[in-house]
Design a protein around this ligand. Structure first.
Ligand code: SAH
Ligand code: SF4
Ligand code: F3S
Length: 479
């Protein structure tokens, strides 16, 4: 297909931040979208999303726009419009998207001339994008993370011109308000409080794919939260790459503690937030989490490494001891606090001693859950240019050793729960066993139990009977 290139990504531009860059706002007028309604009316669409909660929330916005325009959610990749919402954080995320594009290619040439859309973080990488456009010439539209608000227009342009539209505008980005949302869950909601990231950890592509760290105004966030409370939502999860830095760019005199307190006061039964960065966490935030019962006693606090030398090369801006001190303070103030983390194994030239420091930190903290990753070089990030003499084999051995250490504390934290009763928000029927329901405790542990479908969406009491490393079995406590 002929290409219509509106703009292409540029990592240098994407990583630029001017000192004192102010956050700009764009309030969308949905009337502008009326023009596309004739085209979208009755068309089916399907979105497959990879990556983090930011991408899931973007999916919900795209669904909102499409449904508003009259399109209907379909069941699979044979829908009229198929959108692949990609992640670029590690190579395996990109491989999954590549596999999915292969699947779409097959459908496009053998079954149905679907309108195919590629968006999300992966298309923000210039070399990756060139490769995709060459390998999958049937794509209808490729748009970047800043273009979600224009997705109707771009899809319409592609479908009516028979050209591949490429619109990936690398820029710091603005805060866009007023977009509709079609949520994936009826009682648990994601609420963006900020976009982008300015931390520039040396291994990470996110500050390039998502642009500048920019906060929504507190009044706009509260309006969204209040609407969720009044429509019966049970849980809100506040989203940002570094929620603790919330508000710093706005200079309006409020920060994450103020926001957390204000959202807790809306009366939402459960309030969570992710991701926290140890660097911006302060005492007042801890006090507020401790004070409000509806702020859950679970903090996801990525540490990445336990070695000061590696933390420095990663650009994390804290030491092992500072992290441990923060954890100690949190544990002293927040009763029953559960902690989870992200850890990268095999950062360039990570020595055996460095790795032992990570094992030691993990043993000291005793995490309740954790995500572990083998370092994946991302083109355009500083770490991708660092010399690395550690073999893939060594990295994989270390990875297994780390997981074994983590599993000890994770299992122990689950075992301690046996015999006790916890509040669980019932998600639905268990994925693996249709005879069970499942849900999460306040401390974010997954529990399976038997019960009627009428419990779905309710917060109930469940007594823990059995523990497995990554889940628990319980029984509903009457009354
Ligand atoms: N903003 C969040 C997380 C963003 S990405 C934070 O700062 O914690 C989620 C996780 O992916 C990171 O915490 C990190 O552990 C991992 N990650 C990011 N880049 C990576 C890379 N190049 N290789 C391996 N893991 C990576
Ligand atoms: Fe990536 Fe670091 Fe920003 Fe997290 S804080 S998104 S790891 S650059
Ligand atoms: Fe992936 Fe982009 Fe999220 S790179 S982790 S989808 S911000």
């Amino acid at each position: 297909m002929k290409k219509n290139i509106i703009n292409t990504p540029d990592l240098t531009k994407a990583g630029q931040r001017k000192k004192n860059d102010v956050t700009t706002f764009d309030y969308v007028d949905l009337k502008d979208h009326d023009y596309y309604k004739d085209f979208f009316k009755g068309k089916t669409f399907f979105i497959r999303t990879y990556g983090c909660q930011a991408n899931i929330r973007d999916e919900e916005t795209m669904k909102g726009l499409l449904v508003e325009a009259g399109a209907i959610e379909g069941n699979d990749e044979t829908s009229d419009i198929v959108i692949i919402n990609t992640c670029a954080v590690r190579e395996n995320a990109e491989e999954k998207a590549d596999g999915e594009l292969g699947n779409l290619k097959n459908i496009y040439y053998t079954k149905k001339k679907i309108i195919t859309v590629l968006c999300g973080c992966m298309v923000e990488e210039p070399l990756v994008l060139d490769h995709i456009l060459e390998k999958f010439p049937f794509l209808s539209v490729v748009f970047g993370t800043h273009e979600i608000k224009n997705c109707l227009e771009l899809i319409y342009m592609a479908a009516t011109s028979n050209e591949t539209i490429v619109a990936v505008n690398s820029k710091p980005g603005e805060v866009i308000e007023g977009l509709p949302v079609h949520r994936n869950n009826r009682f648990k909601a994601y609420v963006n409080i900020m976009f982008g990231c300015d931390k520039f950890c040396t291994y990470c592509i996110v500050p390039y794919t998502r642009g500048k760290e920019r906060s929504r105004k507190m009044e706009d966030i509260l309006k969204e939260c209040e609407e969720l409370v009044s429509s019966g939502y049970q849980e809100i999860e506040l989203l940002g790459q570094n929620v603790n830095a919330y508000g710093q760019d706005l200079k309006l005199g409020y920060d994450f503690s103020d926001l957390l307190e204000a959202v807790a006061k809306t009366g939402i039964p459960r309030l969570r937030f992710t991701t926290s960065h140890p660097w911006n966490f302060n005492e007042r935030m801890i006090d507020i989490i401790a004070h409000y019962d509806n702020i859950m006693n679970w903090i996801h606090l990525p540490v990445q490494s336990g070695s000061d030398a590696i933390l420095e090369r990663m650009g994390r801006r804290y030491t092992k001891q500072e992290y441990l001190d923060l954890v100690k303070k949190m544990r002293e103030k927040i009763p029953g606090l559960a902690l989870s983390t992200d850890i990268i194994v095999g950062f360039p030239n990570e020595s055996d001693e460095d790795f032992k420091e990570t094992l030691d930190l993990v043993d000291q903290v005793q995490y309740d859950s954790a995500f572990t990753f083998i370092y994946s070089p991302r083109k355009g990030t500083p770490a991708a240019k660092m010399p690395d003499s550690i073999s893939a084999e060594e990295k994989s051995t270390r990875f297994k050793e780390l997981v074994a250490h983590l599993e000890k504390s994770i299992s122990a934290s689950s075992e301690r729960m046996i015999g006790h009763t916890y509040k669980v928000l019932v998600d639905g029927v268990s994925k693996n066993n249709k005879e069970y329901l499942s849900g999460y405790t306040e401390s974010n542990k997954l529990v399976h139990f038997k019960g009627g479908l009428d419990l779905i969406g309710k917060i109930i009491e469940v007594k823990i009977l059995e523990s497995h490393t990554y889940s628990l079995i319980g029984e509903v406590v009457d009354g």
